[in-house]
Design a protein around this ligand. Structure first.
Ligand code: MG
Length: 493
């Protein structure tokens, strides 16, 4: 009897239930803001450390626009770059993979014979399947041969430098190198590229001083041009990577010398982008992310950033190398003025964008995890652990919760060295570490090895290490791994 009654009720009410479910679903989606695909702007800095933004304790200059971004969005405190060096970090953020999975490591030099493989799927490529216009402004650093440039990896347009702004035949004094014995003097002039073509050369610091402004103008043009459709803008500044240069607008404006002036210009640039969104009615439906590729390049002293007190900096897997400031603003979804202390990484952005837009994930295995719940204010991260890789394929550590297990390795240390100044580089020396366990909750500076007091934690993390070595191999222990893929090779794909 009961069953029949239920069926009858279901028959009678099926259309209304359907409508009700549809309306509920619609309202949930509408509430979440996911019905209308948001524009996405990813602002990616070069060599900004954890302590460089005023919202993270930076002093000696003002950053009102980035402060506002933090006031209106979410500030992350346990957010990592994919690796502590330029090219690897960029390969990671664009593909959602640990860079060693896809064969990219280090910082690629001019005449690079490798880049991202055309078989890998990038953020702009997956967003294009959902109708996004895709643009890139700034530093690419994933191969300057045409087959490797942004237009061949999902971007509709590109304007910027193909690699770092110090890869030019100019000395630390800003003058052309004439001594044939200096390696840097053999580098080609620094090209500024539009689409796939070099349109001019950046020849001196005066040319470099215009980069931030020129990039910003291009970013604004792209936003205005695409305001009628969803867009993805990857805005990768060349600054504050050395050599530093700033436009006249900000010269001498900070109390922190040229580095502070450059930071103020970057803040101005963020303000220009946000003003453009506001003026074009895009402020609400645009997800803005601000973060950096790796920590500060400490031997450059007063031309380097701040690790915020974390150990070491760029080029190491200590926290100063990979822990980054990260601010995400998305009105209506990301709680304004919030702080998130959960674990996340730049490689998580690709799957998060996929979840937001309904785009399919890449066919090949990736390492990123959808962190949309964190953006929505949940305080438990879907990311449970993170591996620290460096060099070609060296697994140097793993983090789970507050624990970081550091694996024995050699690294270049800046500690105890006199830093350089005014554009000149100071020293570094090789150092070694054995196996060590740090509790980042009470010891963010990684000074107190507590492995002997926590053998079960060490065992648990070593299990994770073994899983990673199975998957990706590890040069430090001579393991090959099963799932590494080849990079793109010149003229081979
Ligand atoms: Mg960098």
């Amino acid at each position: 009897m009961k069953l029949i009654a239920v069926i009858r009720v279901s028959r009678i009410t099926f259309p209304s239930i359907f409508i009700l479910l549809f309306v509920m679903n619609f309202s949930v989606l509408a509430q979440d803001g996911l019905l209308k695909k948001p524009n996405i702007i990813l602002i990616f800095m070069d060599d900004i450390g954890y302590g460089d933004l005023t919202a993270y304790g930076g002093i000696g200059y003002k950053m009102p626009n980035i402060d506002k971004l933090a006031d209106e969005g979410m500030r992350f405190t346990n957010f990592y770059s994919a690796q502590a060096i330029c090219s690897a970090s960029r390969a990671g953020i664009l593909t959602g993979c640990y860079p060693n999975r896809i064969g990219i490591s280090g910082a690629l030099f001019p005449y690079s014979k490798i880049g991202i493989s055309s078989e890998e799927e990038t953020i702009p490529e997956i967003l294009k399947t959902k109708g996004y216009a895709t643009g890139m402004v700034g530093k690419w650093h994933l191969g300057e041969a045409e087959q490797f440039l942004p237009l061949q990896h999902g971007f509709d347009e590109y304007f910027g430098l193909p690699y770092s702004n110090d890869m030019w035949p100019v000395g630390f004094d800003g003058k052309p190198i004439t001594d044939p014995l200096i390696r840097r003097g053999k580098l080609p002039p620094l090209p500024l590229i539009e689409g796939n073509k070099t349109i001019e050369y950046v020849r001196d610091l005066d040319d470099q001083s215009k980069l931030t402004t020129r990039y910003t103008e291009r970013a604004i043009d792209f936003i205005k041009k695409n305001k009628q459709q969803p867009f993805f803008l990857y805005f990768a500044h060349s600054m504050p990577h050395v050599p530093l240069a700033v436009s006249d607008k900000f010269k001498g404006k900070s109390q922190q010398g040229l580095y502070g002036d450059v930071m103020m210009e970057i803040d101005w640039s963020v303000g220009q982008v946000m003003n453009t969104l506001r003026e074009n009615g895009l402020e609400k439906n645009t997800l803005v992310i601000f973060t950096s590729d790796n920590g500060p390049w400490l031997p450059f002293g007063n031309h380097a950033g701040s690790s915020g007190g974390f150990r070491e900096g760029k080029l190491t897997t200590w926290e100063g190398g990979q822990r980054e400031p990260a601010i995400i603003r998305w009105p209506g979804i990301v709680p304004a003025g919030s702080v998130n202390n959960e674990l996340a990484c730049t490689i998580d952005l690709l799957p998060t964008f996929a979840a937001i837009t309904g785009a399919a994930l890449p066919n090949k295995k990736i390492d990123g995890i959808n962190i949309l719940p964190l953006l929505q204010g949940k305080d438990v991260s879907p990311r449970k652990n993170l591996y620290y890789y460096y060099n070609k394929n060296s697994l140097q550590g793993v983090r789970k919760g507050p624990w970081k297990l550091v694996l024995p390795h050699i690294y270049g240390s800046f500690e105890g060295e006199l830093p350089g100044n005014d554009g000149y580089q100071g020293g570094k020396h090789p150092d070694t570490t054995g196996l060590a366990l740090y509790d980042l909750r009470r010891d963010p500076g990684e000074r107190y090895d507590v492995k002997d007091q926590n053998p079960e934690v060490v065992r648990d993390l070593q299990n994770l290490v073994e899983q990673a070595r199975e998957d990706l191999g590890d040069d430090l222990t001579g393991k090959d791994g099963k799932n590494r893929r080849e990079p793109g090779k010149l003229n081979s794909n």
